[in-house]
Design a protein around this ligand. Structure first.
Ligand code: SF4
Length: 367
């Protein structure tokens, strides 16, 4: 298996079966994969981490995704929308705190018309030196085109699973074909496109994740969010089992060695899952690293988990920056409350955490 990993690093194009075998590696063998992914990351990205500010500006959504706490059938969620000017002010504050990219994310909320999003993009571009990533779901070709012309740089839209039948079952309001069509439109329009998938989504396994990784390669995406499934109590998949942090790390590492220059975020979902593993098994904690990271002000488990995923090839960290009153309401899966701090304070803490792990912070806007 080590030979196969080396060949992939050297440019060999593996089959889905070969990727599946790597995803099934046991802990002692997987270390080799993690070390190789870390090497590739260091060689391709100058050992830099990209910090992104994310503004989750609306938790209204017209969709019925089986796994998501924001789905339109969830009556237990208090819904919110930020006004366009509130979003713009929030983005300016994030830019002043040092962020070079803002991710504007919401449910599929048609309240925000083409013109409203256009206004938000233009105002942010006028007032900030910052790349804009949109994550607003499936819209028309004309809307994507307008927003690209207004200055939006990137678009995130996960494919969630490459298993078409399952995709169609878990997304009864849409279809796998439609999602692929949207992803191709975005690429054709010149967006840097991000996609991604879930580990542990019920009825999926290593064979599916191998195909997910190959799909990312064939779509030529710039970024991929690979995170574990976390059951949410108000969804159809509430009885599902949480995805594995270890398998997520293997999928991230494998994606890194196959698509070397891809941007791979350390997802919040990964942090939630690995924290729960750490709580069950305190042996997973490494005392010396925890001491080194304590200065960050974040919890020890959080820091250790972020470090683990960065050592497996991830190189992007997204930090929520919307006002605290909204953060708890944007709950795709359950997570802990944050302590209240300013955007600049939070940014400085994240910077200290990243430096303490031995990484640099990217100042580039184009990646
Ligand atoms: S995953 Fe996205 S599109 Fe689906 S219900 Fe949640 S917010 Fe809406």
């Amino acid at each position: 298996m080590f030979k196969l990993i080396n060949e992939i690093v050297d440019g060999y194009e593996p089959s889905a079966f070969e990727l599946t075998c790597i995803l099934k590696l046991k802990e002692d063998e997987a270390e080799y994969l993690f070390n190789k992914a870390y090497e590739v990351k260091k060689n391709t990205s100058n050992n830099e981490i990209h910090l992104r500010a994310i503004i989750e500006f609306s938790n209204y959504c017209r969709c019925k995704c089986y796994y998501c706490g924001l789905c339109c059938q969830n009556q237990n969620l208090k819904r919110y929308r930020m006004t366009p000017d509130e979003i713009i002010e929030n983005a300016i504050e994030a830019n002043n705190a040092g962020y070079k990219t803002v991710v504007l994310q919401s449910g599929e909320d048609m309240y925000y018309t083409e013109d409203m999003i256009s206004y938000i993009i233009k105002e942010i571009k006028k007032n900030c030196n910052m790349a804009i990533t949109l994550s607003v779901g499936e819209r028309s070709y004309e809307e994507y085109k307008k927003w690209r012309n207004d200055g939006a740089d990137r678009f995130l839209m996960k494919h969630e699973t490459s298993n078409e039948a399952l995709y169609n079952m878990y997304h009864p309001h849409s279809s796998f074909k439609k999602r692929m069509k949207c992803l191709r439109w975005l690429s054709d329009l010149g967006y840097q496109v991000g996609s991604g998938f879930m580990i542990g989504l019920p009825k999926t396994g290593e064979e599916d994740y191998a195909k997910d990784i190959l799909l990312l390669k064939s779509l030529k995406v710039h970024m991929a969010g690979i995170g574990p499934f976390i059951p949410h109590k108000d969804t159809n998949l509430k009885e599902g089992k949480m995805g594995s942090a270890f398998l997520t790390m293997k999928a991230v590492a494998l994606t890194r060695i196959l698509i070397k220059d891809i941007q791979l975020p350390a997802t919040t979902a990964f942090n939630v899952v690995s924290k729960s593993c750490c709580n069950q098994n305190s042996k997973l904690k490494n005392e010396s690293s925890i001491k080194a990271l304590a200065c960050s002000g974040e919890s020890e488990e959080n820091n250790e988990n972020v470090k683990k995923i960065f050592r497996s090839g991830a190189n992007v960290l997204m930090k929520k920056v919307e006002p605290y009153k909204y953060r708890k309401l944007y709950e795709i899966y359950p997570r802990d409350e944050d302590k209240i701090k300013s955007i600049s304070e939070e940014r400085r803490e994240v910077e200290r955490l990243i430096y303490s792990m031995g990484f640099n912070i990217s100042s580039r806007m184009d990646l």
